[in-house]
Write a protein that binds this ligand. Structure first.
Ligand code: CA
Length: 525
């Protein structure tokens, strides 16, 4: 929840008369006819070059018309986009709010917060897309027909569709990593269950696996992340978490209110007191992975497959034998292997504003990106420039793999994977992810190690629900976070304070939140 709730915002809606109806330009009909009769060849959307204004900012990167991906798309479709943001803009949320409150909407809007986009749609700022898709977007239509769940995710709480999302591929994002060379030094195997995990962390603590004669090892560490607290993922080892989850009877539960929670916190505290968990876990921050790995003191963590595996190259010269390997989540107290986080399925998307004069061409352009040619273009870039096809697979060129930045940065600076309505192809990531990270990713994917996870972005609230659920959850999250820290550091004792904790959650409205979330969940699933 936290992830989503942090990002939600109250839009200042000044959306009244500025949204005049969407005037149909004259050549729309002719395009429909010509397209229908096959006069437009290949991917062409328009017989003549046309340009649409476009609001695009993605993680602080403003859309750039010069990106080869979008120039190529223009060559193929005859549609080009004219960015409306100055290249100096860097705050997505601020730029979006400013654009909305100005009342001056460009033809096309893309934004990472799909709930804000849908709200804009419900307030009349974005066009409803169902009919447009039905009549003019065969590729999108086919995609939704083949993926009905995805269609639901693209549907607003009022049952209408205002946004074509950016659908992400692949569930795994994070995994357990361990210093394999430390295990080898101590004659240990990768831990397969909770008991073995504790034994390994204890050995890391006590048996000097880095061999410098000092007890300087930090057995388990965690980078600061967007979770409620840095250690919360470990709660899954004792069958709990700080999140909502669906129980086996299909009932939505808030894990800290359920039975397993007290024991999980007590066990976590026991580990903390034994020094198995970084004593500075609440304060070390974002740099902890960098700091503890390069100082040869960090033993185990949970983090992204891609970035974490690259330390094997980065530290190969400075730490002899350095090997940081992904391994399966050890079986938890219930005998389950659980990785309590996964990638979000939707990462924003784009829509057609109510002030667009030619929505048919725009939806046809949107549709292009779901065609085989468009999908290749947005996922891998321009053939011959960013990738070559070898044995039927895209292989990135030297410019991407050995260019200025890392492969991902190099792809992005060509416009690859920018924030548009699209279906991500995981081969895009497979092409550059470190082989060790890929191995971990595939192991987690194959074995489906996910539980106690509820991808918050997939729920849709009505405006009233949204207001209430946010208010409750902001308070609940900060209270839970405060208490977890107190319990671990010994400032509070969970045995004596738990009842009061639950009472306080109820006062904060947790039951109402569960009810709203249950309804929202049932609307989609
Ligand atoms: Ca040592």
């Amino acid at each position: 929840m936290k992830k989503r709730l942090c990002l939600l915002l109250a839009l200042v809606m000044v959306l009244t008369s500025v949204f005049a109806g969407c005037g149909q330009s004259e050549n729309v009909a002719s395009v429909e006819t010509s397209k229908g009769s096959g006069e437009l060849e290949g991917s062409l959307v328009s017989a003549e070059p046309v340009e649409f204004t476009y609001f695009g900012i993605f993680n602080g990167t403003v859309f750039n018309e010069e990106w080869p991906v979008f120039k190529e798309a223009a060559a193929m479709t005859n549609v080009s986009l004219k960015g409306t943001l100055s290249s100096g803009a860097s705050d997505d949320k601020q730029a979006f709010n400013l654009m909305v409150s100005s009342g001056n909407l460009p033809d096309i809007i893309s934004y990472m917060q799909i709930e804000d986009m849908e709200k804009l749609g419900r307030d009349g700022g974005l066009l409803e897309l169902t009919d447009l898709i039905d009549q003019h977007a065969p590729n999108i239509k086919a995609y939704f027909a083949a993926n009905p769940d995805k269609e639901k995710l693209a549907t607003s709480v009022d049952g209408k569709m205002y946004v074509i999302p950016k659908f992400m591929a692949g569930e795994p994002s994070l995994g357990y990593f361990v210093r394999q060379d430390w295990l080898d030094n101590l004659g240990l195997e990768q831990p397969q269950n909770l008991e073995e995990l504790e034994a390994v962390l204890t050995a890391f603590k006590e048996q000097d696996p880095n061999g410098n004669g000092q007890a300087d090892e930090v057995p388990f560490f965690q980078r600061k992340n967007t979770e409620l607290s840095n250690v919360s993922w470990l709660l899954s080892l004792w069958g709990s978490s700080l999140r909502y989850y669906m129980d086996d009877d299909g009932e939505l539960k808030f894990a800290p209110m359920e039975d397993d929670f007290v024991n999980a916190i007590k066990e976590l505290k026991r580990w903390y007191d034994k020094g198995l968990i970084d004593q500075e876990i609440f304060t070390r921050g974002n740099k902890s992975r960098d700091v503890l790995l390069s100082s040869n003191t960090g033993g185990m963590t949970i983090d992204w497959f891609g970035s974490t595996s690259t330390y094997n190259d980065k530290l190969a010269d400075s730490i002899e034998g350095f090997s940081f390997m992904p391994f399966a989540p050890p079986e938890n107290i219930n005998g389950e292997r659980v990785m309590p986080d996964k990638r979000t399925t939707v990462n924003g998307g784009w829509g057609i504003s109510a002030s667009c004069e030619d929505p048919v061409k725009v939806i046809q352009y949107f549709d292009f990106w779901f065609s085989p040619e468009g999908q290749k273009l947005i996922n891998f870039g321009v053939e011959g420039l960013t990738y070559e096809v070898k044995e039927g697979k895209p292989v990135y060129t030297d410019m991407i793999m050995n260019g200025k930045g890392n492969a991902l940065q190099n792809l992005r600076s060509e416009g690859v994977q920018y924030l548009i309505g699209m279906a991500q192809d995981f081969d895009y990531e497979r092409g550059w992810i470190h082989p060790i990270g890929l191995e971990g990713f595939e192991m987690y994917e194959k074995n489906d190690y996910y539980k106690y996870v509820w991808d918050p972005l997939t729920l849709k609230y009505s405006p009233e629900e949204e207001k209430e659920v946010i208010k409750i959850q902001v308070n609940v999250d900060s209270y839970v976070q405060e208490m977890v820290q107190k319990w671990l550091l010994g400032a509070s004792d969970i045995d004596s304070d738990y009842d009061e904790f639950v009472e306080r959650l109820k006062e904060l409205g947790i039951e109402k939140s569960i009810e709203i979330n249950t309804n929202a969940y049932n609307r989609i699933y």
